[in-house]
Write a protein of this length. Structure first.
Length: 286
């Protein structure tokens, strides 16, 4: 392998959406390849590495010629997400941001009339992305907002785990409007002016009450959003246990049916034996 090959083998945009390995992880990968060789191929698309960027770098540094396979499927985004999303140690915010960024790339390709990816556009929904990333629907919506509205540098910080999704969202969210402080009202010079001041004070008090109520609602909603992921995870666990219980019930019913069949068969052969034994005894007696 030449230095030219190492320099010209670039990462596909979809591959860059996954954070690079830490130094310790990369050293461990090199040692594993040095001992066991390359166990997974490098997949490329359009002359760029689609999957296996860390493996490719390790092989280059070890001076080992990599095994490279050209990806020929029709959904490279789904391929790389399925290959990497759940085997990497990622936070829910990272997973959601990676899925959003990958779908954003697919949408851009479709808009550029990439016929190979036309069929993938129908999967463009927050529900699908949440299912793909394994996070709550609200978390996925926040990641979609981040990818759509935040600068690329901020999205990359979330994907690399340098900044949490919630913190990044706060950075791109506009500050809450602050009610202007009412100007001092001059002292009343007449009974009419005094009545007017009372009305203004009443309106101001109402506005303050509405602002306090909105702030309280925002705090409650923030807590709901933060607990959404835990609730979703609990629901998924309940679904899994329910399905497991259903499978166990089916197996138990099957075993009970087998038991009944075995008892019927045993009784049948018992009756046959008793009949034959009686016939044999009669023939001997004669």
């Amino acid at each position: 392998m030449t230095d030219k090959n190492i320099q010209t083998m670039e990462l596909h945009p979809l591959c860059t959406y996954f954070p690079r390995m830490s130094d310790a992880e990369f050293i461990s990968l090199k040692e594993n390849i040095q001992t066991n060789g390359q166990t997974h191929p490098i997949y490329t698309l359009d002359g760029m590495i689609l999957d296996g960027g860390n493996r490719y770098r390790a092989l280059c540094e070890l001076g080992i010629d990599p095994v490279i396979i050209e990806y020929t499927g029709s959904n490279p985004a789904q391929f790389i997400l399925s290959s990497n999303l759940h085997r990497r140690h990622l936070t829910q915010g990272q997973s959601a941001a990676i899925v959003s960024a990958s779908q954003s790339w697919v949408n851009a390709q479709v808009q550029d009339n990439n016929s190979q990816l036309q069929s993938v556009a129908q999967l463009d929904s927050a529900t699908f992305r949440a299912k793909q990333s394994g996070v709550g629907h609200r978390t996925q919506q926040l990641a979609d907002k981040l990818v759509k509205e935040a600068p690329a540098e901020l999205v990359k910080e979330v994907i690399d785990g340098k900044k949490s999704l919630n913190k990044a969202i706060k950075e791109i969210s506009p500050p809450k409007p602050v009610a202007p402080k009412p100007e001092p009202v001059p002292a009343a010079e007449s009974e009419a002016e005094g009545s007017h001041d009372e009305q203004l004070n009443s309106i101001i008090d109402q506005q303050k009450g509405a602002i306090n109520a909105l702030e309280a609602d925002n705090k409650v909603m923030l807590k709901v959003f933060e607990s959404d992921d835990r609730i979703s995870a609990s629901i998924e666990e309940v679904k899994r246990l329910t399905e497991l219980n259903r499978d166990l019930n089916e197996r138990i019913n099957g075993l009970m049916a087998d038991k009944e069949d075995a008892i019927k068969t045993a009784n049948y052969w018992k009756d046959r034996f008793l009949t034959l034994e009686a016939a044999f005894n009669n023939s001997v007696a004669k």
